[in-house]
Design a protein around this ligand. Sequence first.
Ligand code: SAJ
Length: 412
Amino acid sequence: MSSLAVVGMGYVGLPLAVTFAESGVKVCGLDLSSEKMGMLNEGESYIEDIPTPRLAPLVSKGLVRGSTDFDDLADADCISICVPTPLSKTRDPEMSYVLAATKEIAPRLRKGQVVILESTTYPGTTREVILPLLEETGLKVGEDFFLAFSPERVDPGREDYTTKNTPKVIGGITPACVEKATAFYCQAIDHVVPVSSPEVAEMVKLLENTFRAVNIGLVNEVLLMCEKLGVDAWEVIDAAATKPFGFMKFTPGPGLGGHCIPIDPHYLSWKLKTLNYTARFIELASEVNTGMPEHWVQKAQDLLNEDGKAVKGSKVLVVGVAYKKDISDVRESPAIDIISLLKRKGAQVLYHDPHVPAFSEHGIVMDSVKDLNQEVKEADCVVIVTDHSIYEWESISEMSKLLVDTRNVIKS
Ligand code: SAJ
């Protein structure tokens, strides 16, 4: 029976741990949060994608356990690093979590172990950052230990594609590294895709997410162009999507949210800047996407103005603050930017979100209003940001005087 240690038991680490445990691999999850590891050891999940009834039996069978003691790393045949790679305040890669994890691994590294970095990062990280720290131990990569990169492809809230059935790309420092990492991952993951180097694997993930960011930026600009043309952008996009080949549908919206799409492409553009190259599509898409909250706030201002009202002093209700439908995550949510902009203009801003009872982000602390219908009726303007399935849009459209529909959920 092989064993896995997962460093960083968040929205990537916990599903990875559960997937391996369900295939019979014994898993020890390492995390700085004693609270989360305590919940885990009680068989209680803290990640929406992993319901407690799925986790609990694995914990009671001893196939998954949580720990905050990094000495537990020494027992594992394979160590997967699934820690955050956010952007710093100056929008540069924030590598402190990856460095801290690697520094916990290095002194405990033993012969035969496989180390796999899963955190999204810039091409070169595995070879230039992780490898030197691990070889300081005197152990030799490809002989004494094995090192690879394998990008996570978790899509929060999705049920059809899971950690188990989503193809997993793996790039190793040496051929033996790929072989060992692939052999380990094949125990639990249906389709493993070996590539020639960690740099290729690192770049694969950044292409995937840059592809989304750039195409979302494109459709957001299509919205802005169609407004100038007096054409319904969603009708254009829906009709274009009837093309059975050569087109992939993306939809305009409030802007880019989540801890991946708004962030990951900047890891690539940062790396290219160090090589004196400007990743123009990434920068341009970011400019369009980050400008969308302002666009929708201007819409609200114009509607209020037509109603003879200033934004200042008006009651504006934001409906839905999670960064995408039917989840509770508000990280990088454009709704927070919209709320912040409205507050700065002096509006009295309220929000409703059945998945987000309260939030504290970027200095804004708010609770969701309880009675949506009542608040819609009383609001001077309603701004729809997140299109949760739970909402009855027709009733909201009937009750609200002024409506800004960033998701086009109220079919006009
Ligand atoms: N969005 C649009 N228009 C679109 C699609 C998305 O405005 O047509 C917005 C969403 O509302 C959201 C943001 O962009 O705010 C990101 O959307 P997303 O669907 O990419 O959602 P994520 O970031 O939770 O998940 C993505 C994964 N998404 C899909 O594959 C559909 C995938 O890119 C990665 O596996 C994952 O990030 C990751 O972890 O990198």
